[in-house]
Design a protein around this ligand. Structure first.
Ligand code: P53
Length: 478
C-alpha cells in the first residue's frame, strides 16, 4: 500500500456524542428514533410523532458520551497509530433550528477542539457534513428535504464549516450513505409521510435536493480552499445474480443501479439514462430548476467513498426466493456465505468486487469509510475482550482490499473501520451490537461506567497500521 494510505476508523455524531441538549444543541430527527420494536417505523417515517415521548428510550441522547470523552478517546486512537479519523457534524450543534442567521459558537468550538486534538496526533479528520441528521425544526417547518429550501440551509451549514475549519479539515463527505434515503427515509433525510403521500415521488424529489446541495458543497469547498477534497458516499455492496439465469443477472443490474444512481450523479455529473427512463416510467417528476443541470455537471466530487458490510443477492421477481431480514438494504440469502450474529452476510471477496465495480465506473480515488463486524463482545474479569472473530472478519476484508489495490490497480486512498470505538447501532439502536477496537462499558439503556478498554483487535489493528497492511496475522501472545 502507498505510504500515505489513510488507515483509521469512523464514528458518527448521533451514535456517539450524546449530550443531545447541551450548549444550545437543537433536536434532530436522529434523536427521535427510539430503541426497541417501534424503531423500524421511525426509520421509515410513516405516521410518526415529532416529539420525544416518555414511552420510549432514545439512545442518541447519551450515545457513548463522546461529547465529554473525545480527548481520551482520540488519544487511544492515536496510540493505535490512526492516520485518519472520520467523524460527523451534528447539524443542530451548529444551527440548532437549521434556519438561524448566526451559527452557534459553542457548537463550532466543540468540533474545532476535536480537530485540534486530531492535529496534535497528526490524524487527518474526515468529516461527514450530514450523517443522517436533520434539524426537527426544519422537518416541522418545511418537511425536510422534500422542500427545495433545504438546499439553502445546508449550503449555509457547509459554508460555515468550510470557512471556520479552513486550516484544520481537508476531507469532506457531503451525505452519509445517500442511497439510504430509499430504504430508511426518516433516518436518512428527515422525511415523514402521511397516508396520502406519494412516498416514491417524495423520496426522489428529496434526493434531487440533496444532489444539488452536494454539488454546491463541492463548489464552496473548492472556493474556500482549493486543497479541499469532497466526496460522495454510498451504502455499498454489489448485488450478485442468484443464478446464471439471465433474468437474475438483469435483476442484479437493476438493483445495483438503484444504489449507484445517486453517486452516478455526484461522480459523473448527470442523471444517467437508465434513471431518467425509470423515473419517466414511474411518472416521478424531478423538480429541476434552471441551472441545476449545469451545477451538477460542473461540481462533481473529488473522491468516491462507501461503506461495505456485505454483498447482496438478486433474483428475478418470479424466482420464488425470499429476501432476508438482516441489513436494511434487503438481499436474498447467499448459500455460499456465513452470516454475522445479526444475519448480515460475510463476504470479504465482495469488497474486492465492489471496489472494482466502483473504480471501473468512475476512475476517481476511492475511500472505504466503513467496514466492520457488529458482534456481541464479552469483557473478562481482567478487562480484556478476546474478539478474534472481529480480527478474522477485518483481516479477511483488508486482505481483499489489498488485492484490489495491488493486483487490480484500484486507486484507493484510505480505509476507516466502522465504529472504531463501540457506539450505538444505527439500524437497531443497540449498544450490544459492537464494532470497536475499543470496548465501552455500557448497555443498551446506557447503564454502565462508560469506561474504555482495549480489545484484542486494538493491538492487532495497531500492528496492521504499523506494517502498512503487510502484517495481518494475529498471535494471541501479542
Ligand atoms: P448498524 C444498515 C442500517 C443502518 C445504517 O450499521 C447502515 C446500514 C449498513 O448499510 O449504514 C451504516 O449500526 C451507517 C452507520 C451504521 C453502520 O452502517 O445498524 O453509516 O451509521 O452504524 C452499521 O449495525
Amino acid at each position: 500500500m502507498q505510504k500515505e494510505f489513510l488507515w483509521g476508523g469512523a464514528i458518527a455524531a448521533n451514535q456517539s456524542e450524546g449530550a443531545f441538549d447541551v450548549a444550545n444543541r437543537g433536536l434532530a430527527n436522529v434523536d427521535l428514533i427510539p430503541y426497541g420494536e417501534a424503531r423500524s417505523k421511525f426509520l421509515l417515517g410513516e405516521n410518526i410523532d415529532l416529539e420525544l415521548s416518555d414511552n420510549y428510550y432514545y439512545p442518541s441522547k447519551n450515545g457513548i458520551d463522546f461529547y465529554h470523552t473525545y480527548k481520551q478517546d482520540i488519544k487511544m486512537l492515536a496510540e493505535m497509530g490512526f492516520k485518519a479519523f472520520r467523524i460527523s457534524i451534528a447539524w443542530t450543534r451548529i444551527f440548532p433550528k437549521g434556519d438561524e442567521t448566526e451559527a452557534n459558537e459553542s457548537g463550532l468550538l466543540f468540533y474545532e477542539s476535536i480537530f485540534k486534538e486530531c492535529k496534535k496526533y497528526e490524524i487527518e479528520p474526515i468529516v461527514t457534513i450530514a450523517h443522517f441528521d436533520c434539524p426537527v425544526h426544519l422537518i416541522k417547518k418545511i418537511g425536510a428535504w422534500r422542500d427545495r429550501r433545504m438546499v439553502y440551509y445546508y449550503e449555509k451549514l457547509c459554508r460555515t464549516l468550510f470557512e471556520r475549519y479552513k486550516d484544520l479539515v481537508q476531507y469532506w463527505i457531503t451525505f452519509n450513505e445517500i442511497n439510504m434515503i430509499l430504504h430508511a427515509p426518516f433516518m436518512a433525510a428527515g422525511l415523514t409521510f402521511s397516508k396520502t403521500d406519494d412516498i416514491e415521488q417524495i423520496k426522489y424529489v428529496a434526493a434531487h435536493h440533496e444532489l444539488v446541495a452536494s454539488a454546491l458543497a463541492v463548489k464552496w469547498a473548492h472556493e474556500v480552499n482549493p486543497k479541499n477534497k469532497v466526496g460522495c458516499m454510498m451504502a455499498g455492496g454489489d448485488y450478485y445474480p442468484y443464478a446464471c439465469r439471465p433474468e437474475d443477472v438483469m435483476e442484479a443490474i437493476d438493483k445495483n443501479r438503484k444504489n449507484l444512481f445517486f453517486i452516478d450523479v455526484q461522480a459523473r455529473g448527470e442523471y444517467p439514462q437508465y434513471a431518467l427512463k425509470e423515473l419517466e416510467r414511474k411518472r416521478i417528476k424531478i423538480p429541476f430548476e434552471s441551472g441545476d443541470i449545469e451545477l451538477l455537471m460542473q461540481y462533481t466530487v473529488d473522491f468516491v467513498s462507501f461503506s461495505y458490510y456485505a454483498s447482496r443477492v438478486a433474483a428475478s421477481q418470479n424466482s420464488g426466493l425470499k429476501e432476508t431480514a438482516g441489513n436494511i438494504v434487503k438481499s436474498i440469502k447467499n448459500p455460499y456465505l456465513e452470516v454475522s450474529e445479526w444475519g448480515w452476510q460475510i463476504d470479504p471477496i465482495g469488497l474486492r468486487v465492489t471496489l472494482n465495480t466502483i473504480w471501473d465506473r468512475y476512475q476517481k480515488p476511492l475511500f472505504i469509510v466503513e467496514n466492520g463486524l457488529g458482534a456481541v463482545d464479552e469483557l473478562t474479569d481482567t478487562n480484556e475482550v478476546h474478539d478474534g472473530y472481529r480480527i478474522s472478519y477485518l483481516s479477511a476484508h483488508i486482505a481483499e482490499m489489498i488485492k484490489a489495490v495491488e493486483i487490480d490497480g484500484v486507486g484507493l486512498i484510505g480505509y476507516t473501520s466502522w465504529g472504531c470505538i463501540d457506539l450505538v447501532s444505527a439500524g437497531t439502536g443497540e449498544m450490544k451490537k459492537r464494532y470497536g477496537f475499543i470496548y465501552v462499558d455500557q448497555d443498551d439503556f446506557s447503564n454502565g461506567s462508560k469506561k474504555r478498554y482495549k480489545k484484542d483487535s486494538f493491538y492487532w489493528f495497531k500492528q496492521v497500521i504499523e506494517s502498512n497492511g503487510q502484517n495481518l496475522d494475529w498471535k494471541k501472545e501479542n
